[in-house]
Design a protein around this ligand. Structure first.
Ligand code: ADP
Length: 343
């Protein structure tokens, strides 16, 4: 198990890490998700032992690694673009880490064959990198990272440079491989879809700190604050005054049940901010809210629809293809309290 506690790294006035903490249980994938510049690469360098800290510690199974040099930590890295050597064969690429560990001859050959076998590329030794598909290249990079049998694998935006279609397919493949191999891994990305589909737990990072941590479904359903909600792409956020289980807003009055409190927020009446998640808006003929559809975007089986409910308010909702009104049509909808979050 990996633990990072209270990590602080400063570059001049910038705190790249500001008391950051993280736990990665054995055979689990934890994703660190945050915008560019929030400190993700710094975190990986600290865990790898390549970056000194001003405060905090990195531990493995409870023991501090502060005096363990990088090559003794037993951690592997997989980078963006895979950084494969295009002029070498698959075998020579995979052998790279094993040669660093002074493996030679038959032991090297067996090590390479086993690593390729683990990622489903048995017999690929003599192939050249340039003739492989994107998915196969990714597997070679994974085999190379796994060949020295690291106890922790760190992945730094491994799909960052690929086009969207390929990325979506590879996310599925990687996710399957991770659970098959029982990997203990930290997966760093700025892409929420990647983080949410690959990880057992997600840590949302903002300016060197933990903004929220939890299982993907939990974080998605209950963003901890307005910043996290907006970072995850939620847009229906409004000022509210909460009294006796109801929130009064410029958009109307909505029931707010106890479960809708953002995590860590004490339930109390008074001024607040309210998030209506896209699925909280449910089309209903006699719904209290009404508006005109201003745009409709198809998103894989569902539509993201924008509805103008007043001159300066546009709400987003998500609808199944079978019930979706087109631009210019009037819709009425109700608010499902289960999709409302109070900040
Ligand atoms: P991310 O990987 O999330 O994009 P980084 O860890 O690369 O973020 O950077 C976090 C912050 O620290 C940024 O503001 C970046 O400019 C700064 N930073 C990172 N490395 C250095 C460095 N070697 N010297 C000065 N500033 C740095």
């Amino acid at each position: 198990m990996l633990e990072a506690r209270g990590l602080t790294v400063r570059y001049g006035a910038v705190a790249a890490l500001d008391g950051f903490g993280l736990t990665v249980p054995d055979a689990r994938v934890v994703s660190v998700l945050g915008p560019s510049g929030c400190g993700k690469s710094t975190l990986l360098r600290v865990i790898a032992g390549l970056e000194p800290v001003e405060a905090g510690d990195v531990l493995w199974d409870g023991g501090s690694l502060s005096h363990v040099p990088p090559h003794r930590r037993g951690f592997g890295l997989m980078f963006q673009d895979y950084s494969l050597f295009p002029h070498l064969t698959v075998a020579d690429n995979v052998a790279f880490g094993l040669r660093m560990a002074h493996l030679k001859g038959e032991r090297l050959r067996v090590g390479v064959a086993e690593a390729l076998d683990r990622v489903g590329l048995r017999g690929y030794e003599r192939r050249s990198i340039g003739n492989l598909s994107g998915g196969e290249q990714q597997r070679v990079a994974l085999a190379r990272a796994l060949a020295p049998a690291p106890r922790l694998l760190m992945l730094d935006e491994p799909l960052g440079a690929l086009d969207r279609t390929l990325r979506e397919r590879l996310v599925g493949e990687l996710s399957g491989l991770f659970s098959e191999l029982g990997l203990t891994a930290v997966y760093v990305t700025h892409d929420q879809e990647e983080a949410f589909s690959l990880a057992d737990r997600v840590v949302i990072m903002r300016a060197g700190r933990v903004a929220q941590e939890g299982v993907p479904e939990e974080v998605w359903a209950r963003p901890a604050d307005e910043w996290v909600a907006r970072f995850l792409g939620f847009a229906n956020i409004v000022d509210a005054v909460v009294t006796d289980g109801y929130a009064q807003t410029a958009w109307g009055r909505f029931p707010v049940e106890a479960a809708a409190e953002a995590p860590g927020r004490a339930r109390r009446d008074g001024p607040a901010r309210l998030l209506l998640r896209t699925e909280a808006l449910v089309p209903t003929a006699d719904g209290a809210l009404q508006g005109l559809v201003v745009s409709r975007v198809f998103r894989g089986g569902r539509y993201r629809v924008e509805i103008q409910v007043s001159p300066d308010v546009v709400l987003q909702m998500e609808l199944g293809a079978e019930v979706t009104p087109g631009a210019g049509e009037r819709v009425a909808f109700a608010v499902d309290p289960a999709g409302v979050v109070v900040f």
